[in-house]
Design a binder for this molecule. Structure first.
Ligand code: AKG
Length: 312
């Protein structure tokens, strides 16, 4: 795998590969234990905050057992998961890496990947369903994929098309190219649509990640994951898609109430407004300088200090 010094680089945009594994854990073993205990409650529909998450793919006894499971914006439903996703400690670490003076949560995903022949996640760019909606620095987003188990090729760790954040954005079919659940991850033919006539080889890398560590990747890098072939674990991860605190909805040319915002994101846009609602996109850390966005006040009431190992 490509070696790059995480600390020396200022921003995920500067990474040649489009991703980097954090050199230190972001959360402790006891925090991992709390999160792992909470995930089955979440999937079973026991929502401690009494709020449904925004997406809920997998219900025990109802859904297929062998596909990858995903809940989105679980922070709304579980204060335990919120204490990771909205954590100011982790947000500060990421904001400083990105060079942002304030940072918002764009979306979370809670992932369970069972051992199975059909648990792969299709190649996709987070940009096509998240960051393409925003302007003001929001288009240059980053995703933080936090492993609750060690992740390897064998148990379906995330794999990347190295450098693909620099590939053309076309052909882009929004909502199809973000085919998270499509499982179409292995045919490189899918990726070749982007590299034809530009480069011959596509390098795929699956970085190993120890439990509690994270991968930070650029919103435009293609990624997906293979089947979990491991006998001994249900591979779990919590993913936080962060955006710059300053980002706004793109000005709209559309007369639709949700403007040009698409797919799931259209539901969060208020008619005629370009400001992002903090109810859905809370500001989780800010330098607090003049002109910087302030941290969303209810975050602390909801999660207290939050999880996360302090740097240093
Ligand atoms: O955990 C995985 O297998 C894939 C996660 C992912 O692609 C994402 O959250 O964008």
């Amino acid at each position: 795998m490509i070696r790059q010094s995480f600390a020396r680089l200022k921003n995920v945009t500067a990474l040649e590969s489009g991703f980097s594994v954090t050199p230190r854990p972001l959360i402790s073993h006891s925090e991992i234990g709390l999160l792992k205990k909470d995930i089955p409650l979440l999937y079973s529909g026991s929502f401690a905050s009494r709020q449904y998450p925004d997406e809920w793919h997998y219900r025990p006894g109802f859904s297929k057992e062998n596909v990858t499971r995903e809940v989105c914006n679980a922070w709304k439903s579980s204060p335990t998961i919120a204490s990771l996703v909205l954590s100011p400690t982790i947000a500060e670490y990421v904001a400083k890496f990105m060079g942002w003076s304030s940072i918002r949560v764009g979306q979370d995903d809670v992932i369970q990947k069972p051992k199975s022949e059909v648990s792969k996640v299709g190649w996709h760019r987070d940009f096509s369903y998240i960051n393409s909606n925003f302007t003001g620095g929001g288009e240059d987003g980053c995703t933080v994929w936090i492993g609750l188990d060690g992740a390897t090729e064998e148990n379906g760790g995330v794999k990347y098309a190295v450098g693909s954040q620099n590939w053309a954005m076309e052909p882009l079919r929004d909502g199809v190219d973000s085919g998270f659940m499509s499982g179409a991850s292995d045919p490189l033919a899918y990726l070749r649509r982007y590299t034809e006539g530009v480069q011959d080889d596509i390098e795929i890398s699956c970085p190993e990640v120890a439990a509690g560590h994270a991968i930070i990747h650029h919103s435009k890098v293609f990624h997906g994951s293979s089947n979990n072939r491991s006998d001994d674990n249900m591979r779990e991860a919590i993913v936080v898609h962060y955006i710059n605190g300053d980002c706004q909805w793109k000005e709209s040319k559309s007369s639709l109430p949700w403007g040009d915002a698409s797919y799931i994101y259209g539901r969060y846009r208020r008619v005629g407004e370009v400001e992002l609602a903090e109810d859905h996109f809370p500001i989780v850390w800010s330098e607090g300088g003049e002109g910087d966005k302030a941290i969303t006040p209810w975050v602390k009431t909801y999660i207290g200090e939050g999880m996360g190992i302090q740097e240093g």
